[in-house]
Design a binder for this molecule. Structure first.
Ligand code: ADP
Length: 598
């Protein structure tokens, strides 16, 4: 797979990881937000339900209390009326005067109603005219049993109901009968009051009447215990309800009273604040027992139900959650983006580095090729120079042997220079050929007894100059014997050569085992030594360091050593000898299992 394909794939994988991270963060954020919003919404719903249920209880209590107040007032008045030995209009007026001090919302009027058969209408009218209502005119409806309002106290500023036949109203009749039979206050079903028949439609309301039976109770009366009639309190439903629940309901709930006494509940009255209803909360249906009847009650919450408290917390949670999620996503996006950018930069830098390395490798390869070519070229040139040089040297020697005596001093000097120059050239050509050999000669590696090799070299070098050469225990190593011999020859030769003429060369050759199947071999001398600053350069070709000007040489010997040791995968170096002089060292493998020599 190519580098660009790999980079493309890793970029694609990085993009997928980034998108995945963003989706994950968004999902976690949204899940958290939803959870918080749902929890808050549940809490709010609970609070709404609780608030509505509390309000409903208050409304129930308020209605009950109000109905009881009306009922007990009526009971008291009925007792007072019953206590009269003979009820006259003036007494009725004084008994019912107490009502003026009461607040009776919705109350239309108070009437004393008496029953009479059709045949007794005129007598009844006469009797009540006598008892203080001279203008009373009874207006019978139909011919059955009549129930006439004979005394009346209007409470709503409308006209008197005296003379009205309440037998016309089935609801009133039913309630009257119930009150008479039970002897208790009774409330009627809902109906439109007879007295409201003349009102415009928009002012008409459904109403009901409270009825208290009146029994004669005066000890002086002739009819003690006899049923005398009913005390009736007409009440307009909505006005009553509105006032009754105003305190308990406030603006928080809408209340509807339903009369469920005959089949399906009929809306009887309602108290509805102006604000909109709260659709999130279920209305509560309940019942309130009122004076022998049951009123159905429907209570609905308005937007004001939880006024003043923290409404819409779930929406706030949504808002905050979404903002936080968006921020998190943006933050993650920026972190992931910068990470991707950093990775891209690393990729680019790596690619540039790779390109740089491969370019260097190409250059190094070319250089090595060029060097090999040059070394080969030097070898060829040196080789081709050898025979002309041999002829020059041959003729110079011949001249020296045959004609030396016949030459004058100048000629002898020129001949000497010619022979010396030719000899120097021979040495250089030999060294050049050795250098080329060290570089190019195919290697033949076998076990090599280094001690034997060192002894041979010492023997050969003994002719150069008197020297003490001490050879220690040397191992058998793995390498090319010809090349290794050249290494020892160069090092031992230099050790002898670079010892001043007035000093006897003392040379020691020894080896130390190293880790990993290698040996470190050393050649120590007591020669002129090498200055610190030149030590690293002595292994470069044609390098001759300061202090060696008086010693013959080409500067190639150590370069040859370096190359041979390198081909054996070894290292080479020089340290100062603490006792004076130098310690040249190199490492060689003992083992054929090490990498094959170069
Ligand atoms: P050459 O001896 O032909 O000059 P070499 O490559 O063998 O070339 O040595 C390079 C240089 O290193 C020498 O010119 C000399 O200055 C220094 N050198 C080498 N061996 C020794 C030694 N044993 N003691 C001191 N100097 C040395």
């Amino acid at each position: 797979m190519t580098t660009s394909a790999t980079a493309h794939r890793s970029r694609w994988a990085g993009k997928r990881r980034s998108v995945l991270a963003l989706v994950l963060v968004a999902a976690v954020g949204l899940a958290g937000t939803t959870l918080a919003a749902v929890t808050l919404s549940r809490i709010e719903q609970d609070r709404l339900d609780r608030a509505l249920s509390q309000r409903t209880q208050l409304v129930e209590q308020a209605i009950s209390a109000e109905v009881n107040r009306y009922a007990s007032l009526l009971t008291d008045l009925a007792k007072a009326v019953g206590a009269q030995s003979e009820l006259e209009s003036a007494e009725f007026t004084s008994i019912t005067a107490a009502v003026d001090r009461q607040r009776l919302p919705g109350a239309t009027g108070l009437s004393f109603v008496v029953p009479v058969p059709h045949s007794g209408v005129r007598a009844l009218q006469d009797e009540w005219r006598r008892l203080g209502s001279p203008g009373l005119t009874l207006r019978p409806a139909g011919e059955g049993r009549h129930r006439f309002a004979v005394l009346s106290k209007p409470l709503d500023g409308t006209g008197s109901t005296a003379g009205l036949d309440l037998g016309r109203s089935a609801e009133a009749v039913e309630a009257m009968d119930m009150a008479e039979q039970s002897r208790r206050v009774t409330v009627s079903r809902t109906y439109r009051l007879l007295k409201d028949a003349g009102l415009p439609m928009e002012r008409r309301q459904l109403s009901f009447v409270f009825l208290a039976p009146v029994y004669a109770s005066s000890p002086t009366a002739t009819d003690v215990g006899r049923f005398r009639g009913w005390l009736l309190l007409g009440t307009r439903g909505s006005d009553f309800l509105h006032e009754a629940v105003a305190g308990a309901a406030g603006d928080a709930v809408a209340v509807t009273l339903l009369d469920g006494s005959s089949g399906d509940p009929i809306p009887m009255a309602s108290s509805r604040p102006t604000g909109p209803l709260e659709t999130a909360v279920q209305p509560i249906d309940t019942t309130v027992p009122v004076a022998q009847r049951v009123w159905n009650l429907r209570v609905e919450g308005t937007r004001q139900l939880l006024a003043g408290t923290d409404r819409g917390l779930d929406r706030i949670a949504w808002l905050i959650g979404l903002v936080l999620t968006a921020l998190l996503v943006a933050l993650t996006g920026s972190v992931v983006g910068s990470r991707n950018r950093a990775l891209r930069r690393v990729d680019e830098a790596t690619a540039a580095l790779r390109a740089d390395i491969s370019q260097r490798e190409v250059v190094e390869h070319r250089l090595r090729q060029r060097e090999t070519e040059l070394v080969g070229f030097a070898g060829v040139v040196a080789h081709d120079l050898r025979s002309p040089l041999a002829r020059i040297m041959g003729y110079a020697d011949f001249l020296h042997e045959e004609a030396y005596d016949r030459l004058d001093g100048t000629q002898r000097d020129f001949l000497g220079r010619l022979r010396k120059g030719a000899d120097n050239m021979r040495v250089l050509i030999d060294d050049l050929l050795d250098y080329a050999t060290a570089e190019n000669r195919p290697m033949v590696t076998v076990p090599v007894d280094l001690r034997r090799l060192a002894e041979e070299v010492a023997r050969d070098r003994a002719g150069d100059r008197a020297a003490i050469i001490e050879i220690g225990e040397l191992p058998t190593v793995h390498g090319d014997p010809t090349l290794l011999r050249q290494v020892l020859d160069n090092l031992i030769g230099n050790a002898i050569k670079y010892t001043p003429p007035d000093r006897e060369p003392r040379i020691r050759v020894g080896c130390l085992p190293l880790e990993g199947g290698r040996w470190r071999c050393e050649v120590c001398d007591n020669g002129i030594g090498i200055p610190d600053r030149d030590r690293a350069a002595v292994f470069d070709a044609f390098t001759r360091v300061g202090g060696s000007e008086n010693f013959p040489g080409t500067g190639l010997g150590l370069a040859i050593v370096h190359r041979i040791v390198e081909r054996h995968h070894g290292e080479v170096g020089v340290d100062p000898n603490p006792a004076g002089g130098s310690v040249f060292w190199f490492t060689v493998p003992t083992d054929a299992r090490l990498p094959a020599p170069l």
